[in-house]
Design a protein around this ligand. Structure first.
Ligand code: NAD
Length: 299
């Protein structure tokens, strides 16, 4: 029988990911500071413990799925963190999107305890997480990759080895910068079309058979009524929060500044999402940029 897998961070993404491990027959030992999501996973058969340290005491493979760098630092190195109780040889996989330099710090701290840390951020959204169709971008020691792959393939359709620790994050940050630019572009394009008198469904159909097609137009359209089962069909609830996208664009900005790389549209996207956070959009899905742009229009 399979040995238990620890899972820390049962949010929009972590919950469905942990459920897929259960489906594949892995016993899951989980924790989250939000008790309601713990309860939900417990009903699905997971064992719930109080802290990351307790999870580390019981599992020798642990996946973390947390909002941002400070949460990851807390969960790994805090007073009740994983590294307080981690066993030698434990495989630690962090799927949160964070600063690559923090991934490298966590890898060093884990190494000191005889454990192995890999970064494995994901692309795909909540729908892909439920369907086990995520893309994982993995950074870390190549000789540990096969062990990580065994678990990640239960939750994703694509698992890609990127190189040393932190390179998974690098790939993810690049992807999300393009995603933000594409989403804003799709939202403003759809809005212009609607204001020119086009039916939004028809316009989306045309874009999706033309050169403007992108993930934001054909899979995650930001205009209410164009698609079912996406956040725009549900008042922008769930999905990928504007706060999280703003965080990822901040990471793009930070890493671009450090490497003296120009990212004019990435920077503009960052500023736009920051304004949205300050204007009441923080907890909506990032496709709500469509609604935000509509509010800027003159009648
Ligand atoms: P979320 O906010 O829904 O979930 C994060 C969970 O972590 C919450 O349940 C929270 O209670 C828990 N948490 C925070 N601090 C904790 C701590 N100290 N100890 C235990 N639990 C703690 O976020 P999410 O949407 O699931 O995203 C997680 C990560 O994945 C983020 O880095 C995000 O950028 C990335 N991501 C999200 C999506 C998406 O579509 N939502 C897609 C790809 C990547």
């Amino acid at each position: 029988s399979k040995t238990p897998v620890g899972f820390i961070g049962l949010g929009n993404m972590g919950s469905p990911m942990a459920k897929n491990l259960l489906k594949h027959g892995y016993p899951v030992i989980a924790t989250d500071v939000f008790l309601e999501s713990c309860k939900e996973l417990q009903d699905e058969g997971a064992q719930i413990l109080e802290s990351p340290a307790e999870v580390a005491d019981k599992a020798d493979r642990i996946i973390t799925m947390l909002p941002s760098s400070p949460n990851v630092v807390e969960v790994y190195t805090g007073a009740n963190g994983i590294l307080k109780k981690v066993k030698k040889g434990t495989l630690l996989i962090d799927s949160s999107t964070i600063d690559p330099s923090v991934s490298r710090e966590m890898a060093l701290a884990a190494e000191k305890m005889g454990a192995v840390f890999m970064d494995a951020p994901v692309s795909g959204g909540v729908g892909a997480a439920s369907l086990a169709k995520l893309t994982f971008m993995v950074g870390g020691l190549e000789e540990e990759y096969t062990a990580a792959q065994e678990l990640l393939t239960c939750m994703g359709a694509n698992v890609v080895y990127c190189g040393q620790v932190g390179t998974g994050q690098a790939a993810k940050i690049c992807n999300n910068m393009l995603l933000a630019i594409g989403m804003i572009g799709t939202a403003e394009t759809m809005n212009l079309g609607i204001r020119l008198g086009l039916d939004p469904k028809l316009l989306a159909q045309i874009l999706n058979m033309s050169s403007g097609r992108c993930w934001s137009s054909d899979t995650y359209n930001p205009v209410p009524g164009v698609m079912d089962g996406v956040p725009s069909a549900n008042n922008y609830q769930g999905g990928f929060g504007t706060t999280l996208m703003t965080k990822d664009l901040g990471l793009a900005q930070h890493t671009a500044t450090n490497t003296k790389t120009s990212i004019p549209l990435g920077s503009l996207a960052h500023q736009l999402y920051r304004v949205m956070c300050a204007r009441g959009y923080a907890n909506k899905d990032f496709s709500s940029v469509f609604q935000f742009l509509r509010e800027q229009d003159e009648e």
